[in-house]
Design a binder for this molecule. Sequence first.
Ligand code: GLN
Length: 539
Amino acid sequence: MSAGTKYIFVTGGVTSSLGKGIVSASLAKLLQARGHTVTIQKLDPYINVDPGTLNPYEHGECFVTDDGAETDLDLGHYERFLNTPTSQANNVTTGKIYQTVIEKERRGDFLGKTVQVIPHITDEIKDRIRALGKTGKYEIVITEIGGTVGDIESLPYIEAIRQLKWELGKDCIVIHLTLIPYLSTTGELKTKPTQHSVKLMLEYGVQPDILVCRAEHKISKELKNKIALFCNVEARAVIEAIDASTIYEVPLFMEAEKLDIVVLEKLGLPVKGEAKLESWKHFLTSLKTPKTEVRIGLVGKYIELKDSYKSIAESFIHAGVANECKVKLEWIHSETITDENVGSKLNGLTGILVAPGFGNRGIEGKINAIKFAREHKIPFLGICLGMQCAVIEFARNVMGLKGAHSTEMNPETAHPVIDLLEAQKKITNKGGTMRLGAYTCNIIEGTKVFEAYKTVEISERHRHRYEFNNEYLGDFERAGMVASGINPNAGLVEIVELKDHPWFVGVQFHPEYKSTVENPHPLFVNFVKAAVHVASLVH
Ligand code: GLN
């Protein structure tokens, strides 16, 4: 029932990058493990309508939901922790808020009123927050506000929280995440930045109910009391969030600090028994005690910012655990790979993944890496652009189609083996116009991917404009690269694999968006399994 929905707001202070997303996901996990239905929403204060048009260097990877929303990467964490899908409603930006309000203004919905930040923008923000509660699907909605309190652009969000706190009363709490820095010269943890951050919240009319304090060292009881005194919160509501060796440990840290209990009590919900976290703990134990190790190369062009490939890196962690093995990722910049150095760059790897991407930069390095994986029978997974590069490499070097390319990189190529989707040809706007979200794919039995999925009908998420050119399909199959997954409605080739290779798979979709702790993705699991096998032959 929407009337009974409880709302938790998570704001950040002192500095960005404190891990609001992980703290939110961890709290949600604990509440879910106590039997509550929970969802998490991210409100981003930037003006882009969605992160789809952002370069990964700006905010890291763009995550994609089943219903085709291009979202902040925190939604990936939410899904990986909770094992439930998110949707369009789970990520809202200032751009989206303003776009809606301005559309309403143009339609005349405001009946001649002056349209202002308060109440029109704040009303729209509040509607977006309540929309998830109104679905009736969740008892608890956690809303994470991007950025740091005090940023000019996050002001309307803090104001919307102030109003909601007033309107919802006991059905809503605010958690403020701050930093307690450690001064090594004096050997002390300092609380002043947290005090200032809470003062700023108070200036905006919002008293946090709980403080989650990131720190490099344990926060003593005395220090917690001091923070409580200065910030008007109960001492038990000052939660220590010490650095963890893996993000998957954070729910247990939060449980030890009783964050879930304090939250439930403050929301007026019953606290019964304990959070059921057996399988989570089992996952963590396996993660920390791997039996083997494999080195897999991740070839991409945004390597400088590892967040650009967040979901891929996490999928390898899940798949590693499923194989009782530690996957050591070697991050390789595709621009640095040449014909001459490819052997030394990729030497010793027992798996190679070529990442998704857009545009020409680093493309020949990716193609060189794929040639090396194909010729040396190294397990290979190509995702989206990585799959397209595998097709290009095969066309050029096996089928002898000189200069074969994607029309994205060379519109004049004599052999457009990857070409613009028919539906994309008239599209000129860049935002939200790709082939996005979940599509069905039928798997051909007897293939490597059938071995992985063990089923014929699958659904995977897409984000691309270009596609395998079916005019060449017969030639490819005769030469040994087969289509092992096809979209049943459009006939598009969604998966290619090599017949004469231990494990060489290219997928037009993004399997990494669907891997979770509870459901490691079958393609990553089998890719790592193949890598473990190759490693065992070498030793
Ligand atoms: N640039 C390619 C396309 O648009 C691949 C996209 C991707 O890797 N996500 O089809």
